[in-house]
Design a protein around this ligand. Structure first.
Ligand code: AMP
Length: 121
């Protein structure tokens, strides 16, 4: 399904729920996390409703590649300090054991000076 009417992130993409947008194109949407645990914390998501990494199919390679190459660009544009002193962390929680709460695939991008409120190691 391209759009799940019950999915909070699909509603954000559709503008039905407000968000602080970081980036948008035909395939990808990025927005600041509502409960950041680092000075920089935003999410990059495919516009197509993919529940998690567990459902990825070969056809999703292009959008996932786009997300991964956008991540550093958006990280540095949004406050992450230059590599190697700065940098960022990418996190993709998948399923219950993976700590996933929202079932629309999302790539966390975290950065900025430490300490962070969570995930300091
Ligand atoms: P995860 O535990 O990997 O599923 O992460 C879900 C993330 O979505 C959490 O960091 C939440 O703070 C974030 N989140 C949930 N609802 C919203 C929202 N309406 N706007 C922005 N971020 C959200």
């Amino acid at each position: 399904m391209a759009h799940d009417p019950n999915c909070i992130f699909c509603k954000i993409i559709a503008g039905e729920i407000p968000s602080r947008k970081v980036y948008e194109d035909d395939d990808v949407f990025a927005f600041h996390d509502i409960a950041p645990w680092a000075p920089v914390h935003f999410l990059i998501i495919p516009k197509r409703h993919i529940p998690s990494m567990a459902q990825l199919a070969p056809d999703d390679a292009a959008v996932m590649g786009k997300i991964m190459t956008l991540a550093p660009q958006l990280a540095f544009e949004n406050g992450c300090r230059p590599y190697p002193e700065g940098g960022f962390r990418i996190m993709i929680n998948t399923g219950h054991d993976g700590g996933q709460e929202v079932r629309h695939l999302h790539v966390h991008v975290l950065g900025g000076p430490r300490p962070w409120s969570k995930g300091n190691d």
